[in-house]
Design a protein around this ligand. Structure first.
Ligand code: FES
Length: 106
């Protein structure tokens, strides 16, 4: 099977308003995290076909900000730039998932 992107990463940026609204990734820095992730991947792996897109709610709101990466279908919570750096190092550059256990969502 051919695939257009080597990896396609979706970062939830959904924002819920309202006093009794369920928590949402967009209220926990998701946009800034996605932009940082996209910029760092461009800098560190410009030759690779890795796409980073925003997404709407992925229904794992309480674990957010969340992202899912295809084709593997792996879920991670990325809260800080330091965690994004860790994700890039062990998921994008070396594929060492065991080093990402603290960020991984099962
Ligand atoms: S708001 Fe991000 S998963 Fe629901």
């Amino acid at each position: 099977m051919s695939q257009f992107y080597e990896k396609h990463i979706f970062v939830c940026e959904n924002i819920r308003e309202g006093e009794n609204a369920r928590v949402s990734c967009g209220k926990h820095n998701a946009k800034k995290i996605r932009e940082y992730l996209k910029q760092k991947i461009k800098e560190l792996a410009p030759e690779r076909k890795i796409r980073v897109n925003m997404s709407g709610c992925l229904d794992r709101c309480e674990l957010g900000p969340v992202q899912i990466s295809y084709p593997e279908g792996d879920w991670f919570t990325l809260r800080t730039e330091k965690e994004v750096d860790q994700f890039i190092k062990y998921y994008i550059q070396s594929n060492s998932l065991e080093s990402l256990d603290t960020l991984r969502i099962v």
